[in-house]
Design a protein. Structure first.
Length: 409
C-alpha cells in the first residue's frame, strides 16, 4: 500500500467520526494557540527592552554624585555635589576610549506665549547628543561658542515642543525658563520612555554654562559641579575595564584613601540592560514551557482516542491483513491519522494564536510580536506530539494477529 493511498484511508477514517476528531484536536488547538500567544507576548517584552537599549544609547556608564560624611554622619546618595565638569574633562583626556558629557539638571516651568509646561531642564555640553545617540529632528545643537558665551539658546524634546507650540514650528521661537528668555534652535528626535519608565522627550536642553550662570547659579556655578556625567565607551573597548579605570581616576582626583568609600556612584547601563534582556528571554521561555503543557495534554488525548479507535476497528485491521496488508501498512495508517489530527489542530491553533496575540495587543495595550519562528516551532512540536503519542496505538494495531482480529467481536 503506497503512502498516498494510506493517507486517503486515514483521512476517511477521521472524517467518519468528525465530532470525535474535532474534540481530539481541541487540545492541540489550544496548545499551539497558547504557545504562539505566549511567545508573542514574551517577544514583545524583549523587543521593548531592545528599544530601551537603543533609546538610552549603547555602551553607557553614568557617574552620579555619591554620599559624603559630615560631622561623623553619612549623608545619602546625591546629597552633595561630588563630581564636576573638570572630572569629565580629565576622563576624556586620560582615557581616550571615552567620550564624557557632564550635565546639570533642574525642574523648571517653561513659558511660551500663553502656554506653559513643567519639565526638566538639562544643562549639557556639545558632546551630550553623541553620547546619548540622540539626533535632531530639526534645527541645530550647541557648539563651542554657545558654551563659552553662555548663549541663551535651547533645544526642546518633542513632548515639550508639542505642549508649548502644538503643531507650530518651534524653531526661532522664544521661551522663558525661570523668566530668562531662550531662543529655540533645535528639536530632538523622539526618544520614548527610559528604562525607568520616564518620558525622555519631556526635556529642555540648554548649554551647560547658560544653565549655571543664567538659570541655576549658586553652588553649582562656583564649583563647576554637575549632577551627572554621561560616559560613552567606544565600540570594542571592554566596559568592565573602562569602569575600573574611571573609578581609579576619580578616586585619585578626589583624594580618597584606600578603604575609604567612593564619593560617587557608577552605573553600568550595559549590565542593567543585559540583565533585563536576559530576564525577558527567561520569561519568554517560561511562558512557552507553560503553554507547551497544553500540547502534551492534547497528545495524551490523541493517544487515548487512537487506542479506542484501534479497539473499535480490530476486525477491519484483521480483514486488511487477511487481504495482504503488512504490519508496516497498518502502522503507517494509524500514524498518519495521529499526525493529521495534530497538524490540522496545529493550523487552527496558529490562527487562534495570531488572533489572541492581536487581541492582547489591542485590548491590554501590551506590545506583542508574532514571529515566523514561533509558528514553525509550535507546528513542528504539534507534529512531533502526533508521532510520539500516536506511535504506541499504531504499533499495537500493527502487531495484532489477523486470525485473532477477525474473531474479535
Amino acid at each position: 500500500m503506497n503512502l498516498w493511498l494510506t493517507m486517503r484511508v486515514a483521512l476517511r477514517a477521521l472524517a467518519a467520526n468528525r465530532l470525535r476528531s474535532g474534540l481530539t484536536m481541541l487540545g492541540i488547538i489550544i496548545g499551539v494557540g497558547a504557545v504562539i500567544t505566549m511567545i508573542a507576548v514574551g517577544a514583545g517584552a524583549q523587543a521593548r527592552v531592545e528599544d530601551q537599549i537603543k533609546g538610552l544609547g549603547s555602551n553607557l556608564i553614568i557617574i552620579m554624585s555619591g554620599s559624603v560624611t559630615s560631622g561623623g554622619a553619612r549623608m545619602g546618595s546625591g546629597s552633595s555635589f561630588t563630581i564636576s565638569e573638570d572630572d569629565a574633562q580629565v576622563l576624556m583626556r586620560e582615557i581616550p576610549e571615552l567620550i564624557s558629557a557632564p550635565a546639570v539638571r533642574g525642574g523648571v516651568q517653561v513659558v511660551a506665549g500663553n502656554a506653559n509646561w513643567s519639565t526638566a531642564m538639562f544643562g549639557v555640553t556639545p558632546e551630550y547628543p553623541e553620547v546619548r545617540q540622540w539626533g535632531l529632528l530639526s534645527g541645530r545643537g550647541f557648539d563651542t561658542n554657545d558654551m563659552t558665551g553662555a548663549t541663551k539658546v535651547a533645544v526642546l524634546g518633542q513632548t515639550v515642543a508639542k505642549a508649548l507650540f502644538g503643531d507650530t514650528d518651534p524653531l526661532d521661537q522664544v521661551i522663558r525658563i525661570r523668566k530668562v528668555p531662550f531662543t529655540v534652535v533645535g528639536v530632538l528626535e523622539r526618544k520614548g520612555q527610559s528604562l525607568f519608565g520616564q518620558d525622555q522627550d519631556d526635556v529642555v536642553l540648554v548649554p551647560l554654562s547658560s544653565a549655571r550662570k543664567r538659570v541655576l547659579g549658586g553652588l553649582q556655578a562656583k564649583q563647576r559641579a554637575v549632577n551627572t556625567i554621561w560616559v560613552k565607551v567606544r565600540e570594542g573597548y571592554d566596559m568592565k575595564v573602562a569602569e575600573g579605570q574611571i573609578r581609579d581616576l576619580l578616586r585619585q582626583r578626589h583624594r580618597l584613601q584606600p578603604g575609604q568609600d567612593d564619593d560617587f556612584y557608577l552605573r553600568n547601563l550595559s549590565e542593567v540592560l543585559q540583565a533585563q534582556e536576559a530576564s525577558s528571554r527567561i520569561l519568554t521561555l517560561l511562558l512557552a514551557a507553560v503553554a507547551s503543557v497544553s500540547l502534551l495534554v492534547g497528545g495524551i488525548g490523541i493517544m487515548n482516542i487512537m487506542l479506542v479507535s484501534v479497539t473499535e476497528r480490530t476486525r477491519e485491521i484483521g480483514l486488511r491483513m487477511a487481504v495482504g496488508a503488512r504490519g508496516n501498512d497498518i502502522l503507517t495508517q494509524f500514524l498518519v491519522e495521529a499526525v493529521t489530527l495534530s497538524l490540522v489542530g496545529g493550523f487552527v491553533g496558529i490562527v487562534l494564536g495570531a488572533g489572541g496575540s492581536l487581541a492582547i495587543g489591542h485590548f491590554a495595550g501590551w506590545r506583542t510580536e508574532l514571529t515566523t519562528s514561533s509558528i514553525v516551532l509550535a507546528t513542528g512540536f504539534a507534529a512531533v506530539v502526533g508521532v510520539f503519542f500516536g506511535y504506541y496505538p499504531a504499533r499495537k494495531a500493527a502487531r495484532l494477529s489477523p486470525i485473532e482480529a477477525l474473531r474479535y467481536e
